[in-house]
Design a protein around this ligand. Sequence first.
Ligand code: ATP
Length: 327
Amino acid sequence: MKQIYFIINPKARNGYCLKIWKKVETKLIDNKIPYIAFFTEYHGHAIKLAAQIASRNHEQKVIIAVGGDGTMHEVLNGIVEYNHITLGFVPGGSGNDFSRGFQIPADPEEALKVILRLIREEAAIIDIGKITMKDDSQAYFINNMGAGFDALISYEVNHSKVKAWLNKLSLGRLVYVYFLLKKLFSYKCSTIDLSIDGRRHILEQTWFVTVSNQPYYGGGMMIAPDALPDDGLLDITVVHRLSKLKLLLVFISVFWGKHVQFKEVKTFKGRMISIQSSSSLYVHADGEDIGFTPLNIHVQTKTLKVLTRVRSVRETVLKERDTNELQ
Ligand SMILES: Nc1ncnc2c1ncn2[C@@H]1O[C@H](COP(=O)(O)OP(=O)(O)OP(=O)(O)O)[C@@H](O)[C@H]1O
């Protein structure tokens, strides 16, 4: 079996992730499965740890992030230059959209069981998104990125103490609702200049733009219901020209993926995307703050090996799409 490395964020979900890791560790020991574990000590540390593991030699290895989507994001950014690494995830954070989108069980012991089975099979190869910022710095995303109101909320959440309190009460996801309501009345929408594969769209009074590789976002919202992580395309969602009240309605409907039925929600698919705006907008990648617009995004088709259970579902959907296109 490939050497298995774990990168654990002990601070994820306000420290509860450490308890999750203990359960996983007990299972590994009970089943005599060899592994090496590293703990992150600061923001950004998982990028360094993952890069160190990947650069040591070129043997096939599995790195499993134990934490939230932020930890997964960092591990991805550490290994993206290397093709001998397979990435896995044990959900231990407050959001865990990777596990929703890639069908990894929420229960850590169940997740480990699935991961150990998947390691013995051929890994799925998925697309990732590459963002190039104005200063030429780059960041990769596995789930999604967003610019505008959602990224402002993400920024506020990531820098808030309210999150820690709500996490203690197991109400971590409410923090997004809290900041959404808090910022809703003061937020000023902007005109965005969105280019998708060379086609320009000028969208006035835009709340936010998201670019997704898989459907789930922001802790369980189905922002891009049709997104497939290995179709060579990214799914773009724009919410614009919407009153504050209707934005709340759209927000509720996102949990069922029904927001796409509102005329103010525009969806596109594409490979090369550029986002410019009348005023500088906050930007997040997989829920981590990465800076401000303008920026460019390219899909990196079939770039990353991951442990996921969605392969068969995806193949069926792709087959259906091909059949429909041929008819
Ligand atoms: N030891 C540490 N101390 C403080 N922050 C850390 C540490 N290790 C990782 N981090 C940071 O914690 C942040 C949140 O991580 P992660 O997303 O995995 O957990 P989370 O609880 O789900 O948080 P969120 O809900 O914001 O996604 C990331 O920005 C990561 O860089």
